[in-house]
Design a protein around this ligand. Structure first.
Ligand SMILES: [Zn+2]
Length: 81
């Protein structure tokens, strides 16, 4: 099993995220219960929806996700893709 441990290097706030048995997902929204806040992901979009007939033709790419420590309001980590 792969799990994710998130530790704030400033205040020591820590959470261990263990995936669900089925599907191996971690619910990032639950980080708020453990003193971390996830910003809205930064997503790049290529092309204008007006130029396409199908929404599936629009290319989108996840660029980064920033996770903030709510306890010390100071430290954060940026996950780049
Ligand atoms: Zn902190």
């Amino acid at each position: 099993m792969v799990k994710m441990i998130l530790i704030c290097g400033t205040c020591g706030n820590e959470v261990e995220m263990v995936p669900h048995q089925v599907g191996h997902q971690i619910q990032m929204s639950k980080l708020v219960n453990y003193g971390f806040r996830v910003d809205t992901p930064s997503i790049d979009k290529y092309g204008d929806i007006g130029d396409y007939e199908d929404i599936d033709d629009v290319d989108v790419e996840l660029r980064e996700i920033r996770i903030n420590c709510s306890k010390c309001q100071d430290d954060y980590i940026v996950l780049e893709f």
